[in-house]
Ligand binder design. Structure first.
Ligand SMILES: *[C@@H]1O[C@H](CO)[C@@H](O)[C@H](O)[C@H]1NC(C)=O
Length: 475
């Protein structure tokens, strides 16, 4: 009974499909040393300069002593409670002779730069720093994602592409916006105008991903804008791969998974995490899992149908001779796992391609010995069949009803992973786990919503705070 309880609890915290929380990394906080040209936060003998023509919203967390401050024409200081500036008579003994510290220009930081976001499955994972690796297109927010600007930070982000940018929600200063009218109101406030700029507007209020088998991110239309911010490393492997949604070719392996309707995207990701990526030998690997559309082409030319599959990209970050080797080993383990357990977890088949040139279609190997063996084997098979037919004609042998041929697997005799998979399977075999209907749709159960109602009151204080609305320096 206790066990069942745990399973239920686990279900409650399992988030839907592959929607993620995407958090913007940079901030325009006064206390963040990286925002100052000297690499340190100014102290009591320093002069502070904000570039006059730059728009910026700066979050100030604590009290500071300064000598002088020149403010921008259009800017804002958001003061947390207890924060402020004062001039210290006689100088600050711990501050040296004083310098002119300039606040760095945040103007060029782009929404569509994949390196400026981190992604996590839950808010807790975001706070813990348990981030997920994604292909470039999915590193920036997808239409199903919740976008988070860290609480107690301000920022400036350039949202420019040639259309609107849809997301599920946006959290700013601890307030979560889920309706488009509320958010456009925020965008036209003084803070909103300083934090978001560029040619596109963000539209909030998307439905989120409700397909348990996963959703496609649909950032391919922004591919050029995204990839313009990415610099690709030179590669050292034989046959670099081109994963869907990634800006660069890679050394590593890609597993393509064909799924059925009872596939569960998030539980499969967790399965790979627990079964493989947590093993010491695979710890250093990066895995990006996504649902992708692939066009099937008739005679290799005419596109006629787009099918969906799960792409598992594996990168081992090794160089030289070793590049891609470890990723390939894991790809083989994943395909093996699908051979043994695929039907239980809604997977029809899986194959891999590795940057060494290896792939699951040539899994029999390419040494001459194996080829000779296979030819000999089939000759013997033909001989046997001829013999059987002969005997059958003579009425000696009755042909039994053909059993359905199991998928031929050369992995069968390697039991190591099978056993591991077997023992861990209990959780995944649980029918409750696989049924989308068992996923409670009560948002309050997810924890984040309750948290937000608290922060909502907090941010209410924020917005009511006269300092917040009126400390505009329209000098
Ligand atoms: C300071 O800003 C950098 C880059 O913008 C960011 O990576 C870092 O997390 C920030 N530091 C803190 C303490 O928030």
């Amino acid at each position: 009974m206790a066990l069942r309880h745990n399973v239920l609890l686990f279900l409650c915290i399992l988030p839907f499909a592959n929607a993620l929380y995407k958090q913007w990394i940079p901030d325009t906080n006064f206390e963040n040393a990286t925002n100052w040209d000297k690499g340190s936060v100014p102290c009591g003998n320093d002069q502070i300069v904000f570039l006059a023509q730059r728009k910026v919203s700066v979050y100030v967390e604590t009290a500071h002593t300064i000598t002088a401050m020149s403010l921008p024409v259009d800017g804002q200081l958001i003061l947390a409670s207890g924060a402020g500036f004062s001039v210290r008579e006689g100088g600050d003994p711990g501050c040296g002779s004083g310098v002119t510290a300039q606040f760095k220009d945040p103007e060029s930081l782009k929404w569509f730069d994949p390196s400026l976001w981190v992604a996590a499955t839950t808010i807790d994972d975001l706070h813990r720093g348990t981030y997920q690796f994604s292909v470039h297109e999915e590193s920036v927010p997808c239409q199903y994602d919740d976008v988070v600007f860290r609480e107690a930070t301000s920022f400036r982000v350039d949202v420019s592409c040639d259309h609107d940018v849809p997301v599920k929600s946006v959290s700013v200063l601890g307030k979560k916006f889920t309706s488009s009218s509320e958010f456009s109101q925020y965008l036209s406030s003084s803070s909103g105008k300083l934090q978001f700029h560029g040619s596109s507007s963000i539209s909030v209020g998307g439905s989120g991903c409700s397909d348990i088998t996963g959703c496609t991110c649909d950032n391919s239309k922004n591919r050029d804008v995204i990839c313009a911010n990415v610099k690709c490393d030179p590669l050292e492997c034989k046959k670099p791969l081109h994963p869907v949604g990634h800006c660069c070719d890679v050394c590593g392996a890609v597993v393509s998974v064909q799924f059925s309707s009872n596939f569960n995207f998030e539980s499969y990701r967790q399965r790979l995490q627990h079964l493989f990526l947590s093993l010491p030998k695979y710890e250093s690997l990066l895995m990006a899992m996504s649902k992708v559309s692939k066009e099937q082409r008739l005679l290799g030319v005419i596109p006629f149908v787009a099918t969906q599959e799960i792409q598992v990209l594996l990168l081992d970050q090794k160089t030289g001779q070793e590049a891609g080797k470890l990723a390939e080993a894991l790809a083989r383990d994943i395909v093996k796992d699908v051979h043994n357990h695929g039907s239980n977890i809604g997977i029809n088949s899986a194959e891999f391609q590795a940057s060494s040139g290896a792939s699951s279609s040539e899994v029999a190997g390419n040494s001459a010995g194996v080829v000779v063996g296979a030819v000999l084997g089939s000759l013997i098979g033909v001989g046997l069949l001829a013999g059987v037919i002969l005997l059958y004609r003579r009425g000696i042998v009755k042909i039994p009803r053909m059993p359905s041929i199991p998928s031929i697997s050369i992995w069968k005799n390697n039991s190591e992973i099978g056993e591991l998979g077997g023992s861990l399977d209990h959780g995944y075999d649980n029918p409750m786990f696989d049924k989308p209907t068992m996923m409670p749709e009560v948002p309050g159960l997810y924890g984040t919503e309750t948290m937000n109602s608290i922060t909502l009151t907090q941010s209410g204080v924020h917005f009511v705070n006269p300092v917040y609305d009126e400390t505009d320096f329209n000098a």
